[in-house]
Write a protein that binds this ligand. Sequence first.
Ligand code: HEM
Length: 410
Amino acid sequence: MDTQLAAIAVHDEMADAPLSKLDTANARESGLYDDDEPQPRDHALALLGAVDVGGRVMVTSRDLVDEVTRNAAVFAADDLIDQGNTRPLLPISIDPPAHVSYRKLLDPLFAPKRMDTIEADVSARVNHFIDAFIDRGHCNFTDEVADKFPPAVFLGLMGLPWEELDTFLRLRDGLIRPGTPEMTNAERTQFQLDTGQEVYAYFDTILDDRAEHPQDDLLTHFLHASCDGQHLTRHEILDICFMLLIAGLDTVADSMTCAWGFLAQHPEHRRQLVAHPELIPNAVEELVRWNPPTPIQARWARRHCTILGHDVPAGEIVYLNMGAANLDPASVPDPLEVRFDREVNRHLSFGGGVHRCLGSHLARRELRIALREWHRRIPEYGLAPGYQARFGPPPLRFIPDLQLAWPEGR
Ligand code: HEM
């Protein structure tokens, strides 16, 4: 018998695995949208509720995205992502009930109180990058700050020295943007898988060291953390480290390119932040609402269902367009205005439901500190003369080569 859930009808036929997995090595060919002014298009999509994209259903309105993310029994994340991993990523590739235990254990390690303890370190790390070019009067913001700062923060969290930065960057890129455009799809997939094996081996070696020489760092905490009396196995810790490398570095970098790109082109917003640094926490929420770095998420249907009349066979992938849902008036009033004075900002850039972002407090802290330090030191800046900011290819939203300039010799 069919069950009616608002706009979603759930039918009897079931699947116990996704029909296909997300091909992250070759995601540029996903057929997902690609343009430089996504907000008016996303706003129009939000009003439609759900659309067909290359034969799959994409939900776009706030209500429907909420329904899907909150109904893990029907819309699963289980074992959907292939990103060089040979075991499920923890905790994104595991659904409740097992998922609950992992979050119980991990949440305190990324809680706001814990983030208070790294404030000075994060601030020193962003200033390290600014020091390198402030007197030059211009920089490639993507290469010289956004790309390197979040991995540098992770080095600190994991108790690793600065010298490991290049290894971290290479491993991250090999998982997120594997290979070269000239490679075949199969070669790119192999490149990603090879990097994945390196990632497991890299963290395994460091964990051996931490088991013998405990430090006050994340890896040592993983070794000793327990949930319901159980410690994490070595495989589980490696699967979490793998996930952090995928989820925690590029997302913040991409958000930074979008945020600075916006501020460089909207001097009135930039001046508002310089004059009122107390608005920075609100500005972070508004800037990630406006340009979510990962606008599209995915689930697979455990049951055959119909979403606003669109048929979804059991096992098929459903896309969730958080970028569109953020521009639904049900999320914020006047969604096409960028306002740093919003008291309430119900955006979905950090996801929703059980898989809501584990690292949102870390991401917010990094973005706030970087905005504060940059605008304290470089209050006047814009796009470099002659440079036009363009987004990179989907499914991520980022500016691959953001060129900024400011008065020299400050
Ligand atoms: C601006 C930066 C970030 C954005 C926009 C972002 C966005 C997201 C989104 C949308 C999800 C939900 C995915 C889904 O529902 O399928 C998610 C999950 C996740 N994020 Fe983030 N993220 C960011 C930074 C971070 C950082 C710094 C970390 C590192 C700790 C992190 C770790 C995770 C993890 C582990 C999950 C999976 C949570 C679970 O399955 O329970 N993220 N993130």
